[in-house]
Ligand binder design. Structure first.
Ligand code: CP
Length: 305
């Protein structure tokens, strides 16, 4: 993957995923025992985030630091964007200093796709609007693989705001790289997964649209919860009405004979109550930590070090 741009989950072939997961395991052992390594000595990564982030930005920065490389953080709020410079010119300038890789997050769908056409450095998307978040899918599927020792044959429930969440398309696309996968999309009709997404997975995995998590809970190996995006609702009462039916509580889970592993890209707002955190099936904090190791594996491959 040396020098490759990563702007979609479809940029990963099945063989890339297994190789990255194995490499992440090796790097985990090395980082946990030695701290900072030497692989990326002399290499420079720029993080250019035009939208807030905690996990994606910091885990990429940690990953590069642990590989022994250098990190330059572009901070939009104190940049010359505030003087009217365009985002495209900004990216040209950052690229001109000669970074070895640039991580971009932007609220505009396809911004990283456009940038990759005029910059020299490899671009890795850290999320673009409602379109995709490919490295989130990478850590999601890595977490599933670590948990089950496989991905093939699993049944995954994806619940919440499936219309606007960008982790949903990327996770769905990445799961098409595996065999015999079933996805249950669990959401109210008005927040169900977009047709443009299901068109891309058609024939590559089995999927069903359902409204109630309880009807499928015992079929699931994984329940992937996402937040309802309050800012997208025109009617606040509608948001309040739907909210109650999309909360995962310990009581709700313990009513069932089988509890799937619970994942969430985070941030969590109210959709998983904190009493779930102590269950052994709650994997969301571990999932976020896994992001550092698998992003280190991806950086090592893209940098070719
Ligand atoms: N999951 C995720 O993308 O989190 P951040 O927005 O904090 O990066």
């Amino acid at each position: 993957m040396r020098g490759k741009d990563i702007v979609s989950a479809f940029d990963f072939e099945r063989s890339d995923l297994f190789r990255l997961f194995e490499l992440a395991e090796e790097l985990r052992k090395e980082i946990d025992s030695k701290g900072t390594l030497d692989y990326a000595r002399g290499k420079v990564m720029i993080t250019a985030f035009f939208e807030p982030s905690t996990r994606t930005k910091i885990s990429f920065q940690f990953a590069m630091t642990r590989l022994g490389g250098l990190v330059i953080d572009f901070i939009e709020e104190v940049s010359s964007l505030r003087k009217g410079e365009t985002e495209e010119d900004t990216m040209r300038i950052l690229d001109g200093y000669g970074p070895d890789v640039i991580i971009i997050r932007h609220s505009k769908p396809f911004f990283p796709h456009n940038v990759k056409d005029f910059v020299k450095a490899p671009i890795i998307s850290g999320g673009d609007g409602t379109n995709e978040h490919p490295t989130q899918a990478l850590l999601d599927v890595y977490t599933i693989w670590r948990e089950f020792g496989r991905v093939d044959g699993l049944t995954v429930g994806i619940m919440g705001d499936l219309k606007y969440g960008r982790t949903i398309p990327s996770l769905s696309y990445m799961l098409t790289r595996f065999n015999d996968i079933t996805i249950y999309y669990i959401a109210p009709k008005q927040l169900q997964v977009r047709e443009e997404i299901t068109k891309k997975i058609e024939g590559k995995l089995n999927y069903y649209l359902v409204e109630n998590v309880e009807e499928v809970m015992e079929k699931l190996d994984v329940l992937y919860v996402t937040r309802l995006q309050k800012e997208r609702f025109e009617d606040p009462q509608e948001y309040e009405r739907l909210k109650g039916s999309y909360v995962i509580t310990r009581n709700l889970l313990e009513k069932h004979r089988k509890i799937p592993i619970i994942m969430h890209p985070l941030p969590r707002v109210w959709e998983i109550t904190t009493d779930v955190d102590a269950l052994p099936q709650a994997k969301y904090f571990e999932q976020a930590q896994n992001g550092m190791y698998v992003r280190a594996a991806l950086l090592k491959e893209v940098l070719g070090v």
